[in-house]
Design a binder for this molecule. Structure first.
Ligand SMILES: [Zn+2]
Length: 256
């Protein structure tokens, strides 16, 4: 797998159960956490921040470096001289949201599921290091690859416009009893397989991206929270309290 070239695959935990707060947290510089016991949160944050010295090849970066804005992009841009860019797939992260602060460019992509289009749009400056946030959407419902025609996206039995009606079938993330049959076990398993397929596909796009990146580049690729496929009656993510909605894979490292 291309992603594994970066390092060890870790099971970690997102700070939030859906896209917007999860990204806010990531852009504060806090990566998905390890849920350690017997540690004060402030200690954990401090230690987590020290890793930015290694990530960025710097010395002297600490949590207090981000005070008072507590936001990574303006720190990278104004203090470390990075050119800072975001390309996002999901409309809840669009450039008009408060997340867009301290970026030289911030773009909502035309399609929600095309990381390859982002990779092709990446630009680098020789004289400046670059930071890129890439929020990928292939792993989001309906877990569709970019070449998959919309009419082949999974549809719920007898219902047209799956996005419109998803809320009817799922209340507070929990499948509604009387319509629980909207997602039977086989459909849930198919949806899960689709998400796995999306991750495998994305791995090939990572390979392409790795070939393009100049040395002085820091990239964060996010898909930002867990997803439930019927565990304890839940589907998706968002207004859900369940371990699985926070469970995420995490890999970081340097390309050699
Ligand atoms: Zn998300």
């Amino acid at each position: 797998m291309a992603m594994r070239k970066l390092g060890r695959l870790e099971r970690r935990w997102s700070y939030a159960s859906w896209t917007a707060p999860s990204h806010y947290n990531l852009l504060m510089g806090l990566m998905p956490h390890t849920s350690p016991t017997h540690v004060f949160a402030s200690e954990y944050y401090k230690r987590d921040f020290l890793k930015f010295n290694e990530r960025l090849g710097c010395a002297g970066i600490a949590f207090k470096s981000l005070v008072p804005r507590l936001y990574l992009p303006p720190f990278l841009k104004d203090t470390l001289g990075y050119s800072t860019h975001a390309m996002v797939s999901l409309p809840v992260l669009n450039p008009k949201t408060p997340l867009n602060s301290g970026f030289d460019s911030f773009r909502l992509m035309d399609r929600h599921n095309d990381m390859r289009a982002m990779v092709r749009a990446m630009k680098f400056q020789k004289e400046k290091p670059s930071f890129y946030l890439l929020n990928v959407g292939e792993t989001h419902y309906p877990y569709a690859l970019p070449d998959e025609p919309e009419e082949d996206w999974p549809r719920i039995h007898g219902v047209h416009g799956v996005f419109k009606h998803l809320d009817d079938a799922v209340a507070g993330g929990k499948l509604k009893g009387k319509r629980g049959k909207f997602f039977d076990d086989r459909q849930l398993s198919d949806l899960r397989q689709r998400q796995i397929r999306a991750v495998k596909y994305l791995d090939t796009v990572f390979e392409e991206m790795f070939d393009l990146l100049p040395k002085n580049t820091y990239v964060t690729v996010t898909a930002d929270h867990g997803e439930l496929f019927g565990e304890d009656g839940y589907f998706g993510h968002g207004p859900i309290v369940h371990q699985k909605v926070l469970e995420v894979p995490f890999i970081e490292g340097k390309l050699r």
